[in-house]
Design a protein around this ligand. Structure first.
Ligand SMILES: C[C@H](O)[C@H](O)[C@H]1CNc2nc(N)[nH]c(=O)c2N1
Ligand SMILES: N[C@@H](Cc1ccccc1)C(=O)O
Ligand SMILES: [Fe+2]
Length: 273
């Protein structure tokens, strides 16, 4: 079931169609035009290749089936409409079945540059291009299977692995820093910040330091103070090759070693202090 969200998600009709309003289509149009203008030299080549294949409409929100038909043909994935952020159980199950959760609402103008929860622009523009890439798609599916039988506590650790790759991953390429994390690509402000901010910590991720990722705390409601960098998207193959029990052994190790110190202020409590 969906977590509390202030957005009202749209329910697809029996043909899977969502009748978006003119204003919602306009927000998509402005978001995609803004991001298309700044992804050259920021999004990685693997993302740009996937974006090409998707041929996303620029003047309206695409219907999920339009995106699913391209994903189905390339890596066998489909988009699965969900109301908003979903629980871990449903999340891992969907990924393990090559169904990508797509929240069926779009951000308001007030949150145009950055919003604290995944909307349809984030899911489709941010993630779907790379779901046409076999390494990224296989890694995401294996990730889903990894979490299927994990305990709630283990899933909190696994969430960090997803967070610092699929959501907020960077590439340290020979042409310079590039983005592959969907959470960066869908946010006009975080795209700039992740690549150019001087105070951001950018750490190298290899198959040998997954333990570090599992110990790195994060908040979902702020731009990230720490990012992890691969050198290319197919580096994900090295991480995918881990057996579930090996990843779980790393989770246990991370648990006993404890988390790294957080690089962000504690979330101010909702109750006035
Ligand atoms: C690990 C991941 O970031 C997080 O736990 C899950 C939870 N639920 C989600 N729900 C939706 N709709 N989309 C997501 O990306 C996620 N991410
Ligand atoms: N911050 C992202 C959306 C997002 C929220 C939370 C998790 C992942 C992505 C954006 O503005 O596009
Ligand atoms: Fe996401």
């Amino acid at each position: 079931m969906a977590k509390a969200t202030k957005y009202v998600s749209r329910v697809p009709d029996e043909q899977g169609i969502i009748d978006w309003s003119e204003e919602e289509n306009k927000v998509w149009q402005e978001l995609i035009q803004r991001q298309l203008a700044c992804i050259k030299g920021t999004a990685c080549d693997e993302y740009l290749e996937g974006l090409e294949k998707l041929k996303l409409p620029t003047e309206r929100i695409p219907q999920l089936d339009e995106v699913s038909s391209v994903l189905k043909k390339t890596t066998g994935w489909v988009c699965e409409p969900v109301p908003a952020l979903i629980g871990f159980g449903e999340f891992f199950k969907l990924l393990s079945e090559k169904k990508f959760p797509v929240a069926t609402f779009i951000r308001s103008r007030e949150e145009f540059d950055y919003l604290q929860e995944p909307d349809i622009f984030h899911e489709i523009f941010g993630h779907c291009p790379l779901l046409t890439n076999p390494s990224f798609a296989n890694y995401t599916e294996a990730y889903g299977k990894m979490g299927l039988n994990a305990s709630k506590e283990q899933r909190v650790f696994l969430a960090r692995l997803y967070w610092f790759t699929v959501e907020f991953g960077l590439l340290d390429t020979s042409e310079g820093l590039r983005v592959y994390g969907g959470g960066i690509i869908s946010s006009p402000s975080e795209t700039k910040y992740a690549l150019h901010d001087q105070n951001v910590e950018r750490k190298t991720l290899t198959a040998d330091n997954i333990l570090d990722v599992l110990r790195t705390p994060y908040r979902i409601d702020i731009m990230q103070p720490v990012y992890y960098m691969l050198s290319k998207v197919s580096d994900l193959d090295e991480i995918r090759k881990y057996e579930v029990e090996d990843i779980m052994a790393l989770v246990e190790q991370a648990k006993s070693l404890g988390l790294f110190e957080a690089k962000f202020p504690p979330k101010e409590s909702k109750i006035a202090s």
